[in-house]
Design a protein around this ligand. Structure first.
Ligand SMILES: [Fe+2]
Length: 256
């Protein structure tokens, strides 16, 4: 299993505080079945001014510490970019997820959609593939079906007017903001803990809705510390597996 989003690097953001904590987090990830982790500290102008060079060095140091501690976990450098107006200024120096073309980005809760789409468009122009972190936690991406019945059949029915193609009745097609992003080529990463209810029932329902629609391409722990990982990781994985089994996301695969 791969953790696509984790604040595992010590002392670079609000995640792990030191090497000991990173090692404790690593042990929990291995116990849960992870073999690879993308280390994705925040990059937020004025708060966490992380650079690709700093993250690459920190990842290499932590990988060395893991090897010395006999922890078999492969680490890759990454970043979680906060998509505010400042992001575009540094778009020429982006740290992707390892050696992929994927760039993990986070939408500010209060973001104006045009600021967000502009930043995402610029990323696409530079041939990057934006991966939107935990869309279930951001109100901008709420689906019409949120907070209601999340069974596959009713969801498909409710989402029909929002799908790309015309309905059989020839109804006009509405584009949701989420669908605009899908059509731009964005990808989506769900937080495993969202399925355990870590962020509350509304986020959990939204995560279910996204899962059933086949929105998610990747999952991550978004782990910030060992205590929280210990409390939520195994339960989150359990609930995610249950949701996948009950919703048949592959079969529905409507992706909006
Ligand atoms: Fe994060």
């Amino acid at each position: 299993m791969i953790d696509w989003h984790c604040h595992l690097l010590p002392g670079v953001d609000d995640g792990s505080k030191n090497f000991d904590e990173s090692l404790a987090m690593g042990r929990l990830l291995i116990e849960a079945g992870f073999t690879e982790v993308y280390c994705t500290p925040h990059c937020l102008h004025g708060a966490y001014d992380n650079t690709p060079q700093r993250v690459q060095q920190a990842t290499a140091s932590l990988q060395q510490a893991f090897q010395e501690a006999d922890l078999n976990l492969r680490l890759h450098p990454g970043m979680e970019y906060y998509l505010d107006e400042m992001f575009i200024q540094n778009i020429d120096q982006v740290q992707p997820l390892g050696d992929t073309r994927l760039v993990l980005v986070e939408a500010p809760q209060q973001a104006r959609p045009e600021v967000l789409t502009d930043a995402l468009f610029q990323l696409r122009r530079h041939k990057w593939i934006p991966v939107i972190a935990h869309p279930e936690r951001c109100i901008l991406f709420d689906q019409a079906c949120s907070g209601r019945d999340v069974s596959a059949v009713t969801l498909l029915g409710k989402l029909w007017p929002f799908r790309k193609k015309s309905s059989p009745q020839g109804m006009p097609v509405k584009q949701t903001f989420l669908q605009v992003l899908v059509n731009m080529g964005c990808r989506f990463q769900g937080n495993i803990s969202s399925f355990a209810g870590l962020y509350g029932p509304e986020v959990r329902q939204q995560a279910h809705a996204h899962l059933i629609c086949g929105l998610y391409d990747y999952f991550g722990t978004d782990g910030h510390d060992a205590r929280s990982l210990k409390r939520n990781l195994s339960r989150g994985l359990e609930k995610l597996a249950e949701a996948k089994a009950s919703g048949n996301p592959k079969e529905s695969s409507c992706k909006l």
